[in-house]
Design a protein around this ligand. Structure first.
Ligand code: MN
Length: 533
């Protein structure tokens, strides 16, 4: 069982108040889960404590760590939301609420992929920490998946591979992504996982000795250039990413050069290029294999120099060079941002150069980069043949923010965008309908079906009757009642927000529709197929 001391030990530089807050949450959660057991037979609280420790390792703030401790307490009805707010504050309750909301939606396979993803984003829109708690929760659940009944394992593992790992990747949380993938892979496809493990083992045995020699040689040369403050290690490729590469390279191991890569971590950016020059002076680089992710970071913010060289000792070897700060960020991604925002003091130590570069690369491009992976999944799984279910708002968001820079803007932008431009509401069946902000029950009804709009009689939001001009809010459940004798009134034209609804209303009222045009995102997406009416 994870002790509170172990959690606190990971909270470097935490204030006495923060420590007291986490200690209180620890004791509170322990009590709340008393008598409850996991599938493994262990006390349920072990899960809460383990989740909190993962969050502490990622450098999250005290509120998030405490939320990790309490993330399942409300769902089980052991603690009321009122009590939790009273004891731990609004902020913590908000995070726990978000995590609980995410938990109620089960992943139902590839055709629901986009929808699940949307739900994730809806719940996280206002506070990315919700998603980070969920990732930590998922990591511990994957570590203990063997105890879960067999018929559930594959679904959970697949969900991890297709939803959570890609999101960890987009958030730049490389370590989390690799952990999740490698924990899930054997449950999704045991044979392929065994094969990949075998390939990796063989290749490692082959190159181990040689790599150690190359490492030694490089150390010597770097020292000659006055570079003594660096470390190097050998990083093994994750099994799932090896599997994907094997697929791309027709299962030809000889075409994969980065199963084991040599990693050099130096203090500054200048040192990175010095080290690179030295590596290329020592070993011949393979043409076309050099990548400068420092000057051109990956969409999720990843930075490093990658080069592939021919060594006499170990044959073809990939060498990755990065600064300490880049290394930290490659592992913790957006979580490292949350930390520094909280600690404040730590930022000065890192130096201005780092601060500036840290988030300019991330911006909204991760949303954009989500699109191809969505397409891949829906094609591969054959969910809907030939049709990719990428929601239009995702395109729009990705496009609108291709050049947003800066750390504050990242989090603020996430908040603003999801809330100011789109609103996500649920049908009573749990399907998500996305609408422009300020949409009303009329827009909702027409978004579902024109017949429902044309015969809209009444609307309920979260079970309560509302007027037609009510502005819908994120996450609300909207229910429409239909009646044959109900018909649109001219007043609806002023209330409706979407042009889809207005077009139908005009038609139902016998008005001409020459001025109606689809909303902006639909114009762009459907230009060729559906010219404006
Ligand atoms: Mn949990």
């Amino acid at each position: 069982m994870t002790t509170v001391k172990e959690i606190i030990a990971e909270m470097g530089g935490a204030s006495p108040e923060d420590i007291a807050f986490v200690e209180k949450a620890y004791e509170y959660s322990k009590k709340a889960h008393e008598g409850q057991k996991r599938y493994s037979g262990e006390p349920y609280f072990t899960h809460a404590a383990a989740t909190a420790k993962i969050l502490a390792e990622y450098g999250m703030d005290a509120t998030t760590i405490a939320a990790g401790l309490l993330h399942d307490a409300v769902e089980d009805g052991r603690v009321s939301r009122e009590e939790m707010e009273k004891e731990f504050g609004k902020e913590l309750l908000f995070i726990v609420d978000g995590v609980t909301k995410l938990g109620t939606h089960k992943y139902r396979g590839a055709e629901r992929h986009a929808e699940s993803l949307r739900r994730l984003l809806v719940a996280t829109a206002s506070d990315i920490r919700v998603l980070i708690v969920k990732l930590a929760d998922r990591k511990h659940n994957m570590q203990t998946l063997e105890h879960v009944p067999e018929h559930k394992r594959r679904r959970i593992a697949l969900e991890t591979l297709e939803i959570y790992a890609p999101i960890a990747d987009r958030l730049g949380m490389g370590k989390m992504k690799n952990n999740l993938e490698d924990l899930a892979f054997p449950f999704v496809d045991p044979d392929a996982a065994a094969h990949a493990a075998e390939v990796r083992k063989l290749k490692t045995q082959e190159t181990e000795g040689g790599l150690a020699q190359v490492q030694k040689e490089l150390k010597k040369e770097l020292a000659k250039k006055g570079l003594t403050k660096f470390r190097s290690d050998i990083r093994m490729k994750g099994l799932w990413s090896l599997q994907k590469k094997l697929e791309r390279k027709d299962d030809d191991i000889n075409r994969i050069h980065d199963i084991a890569a040599l990693r050099i971590i130096v203090p500054t950016i200048e040192d990175c290029y010095t080290a690179l020059g030295m590596v290329h002076a020592l070993y011949k680089p393979l043409p076309g294999e050099f990548k400068d992710y420092i000057a051109f970071p990956k969409p999720n913010g990843y930075q490093s120099l990658h080069t592939t060289v021919v060594t006499p000792e170990a044959g073809i070897v990939e060498i990755q060079i990065r600064s300490e700060e880049m290394h930290r960020r490659a592992q913790f991604g957006i979580a490292s941002h949350m930390t520094y925002k909280q600690l404040g003091k730590g930022v000065e130590k890192l130096g201005k150069e780092v601060q500036k570069s840290r988030f300019s690369a991330i911006s909204f491009s991760w949303v954009r980069s989500l699109i191809p992976s969505l397409m891949k999944v829906s094609k591969k799984e054959g969910g809907v043949k030939g049709v990719t279910k990428v929601p239009p708002w995702l395109f729009e968001l990705a496009e609108a923010h291709s050049d947003v820079a800066g750390s504050e803007e990242f989090v603020e932008g996430l908040k603003e965008d999801f809330f100011s431009h789109r609103v996500f509401v649920f049908t009573p069946q749990g399907d998500v309908i996305d609408l422009p902000a300020e949409s009303t029950p009329i827009d909702f009804a027409y978004a579902i079906h024109s017949d429902l709009g044309d015969h809209l009689q009444g609307a309920k939001v979260n079970g309560k009757l509302v007027s037609f001009d009510t502005k819908l809010g994120n996450g609300e459940v909207v229910e429409i009642t239909r009646r044959d004798s109900a018909h649109p009134s001219p007043k609806w034209l002023e209330i409706a927000r979407t042009s889809l609804a207005r077009r139908h209303i005009r038609a139902a009222l016998g008005m001409t529709t020459e001025t109606s045009r689809p909303p902006r995102h639909q114009r762009r997406l459907f230009k060729k197929k559906h010219p404006p009416v």
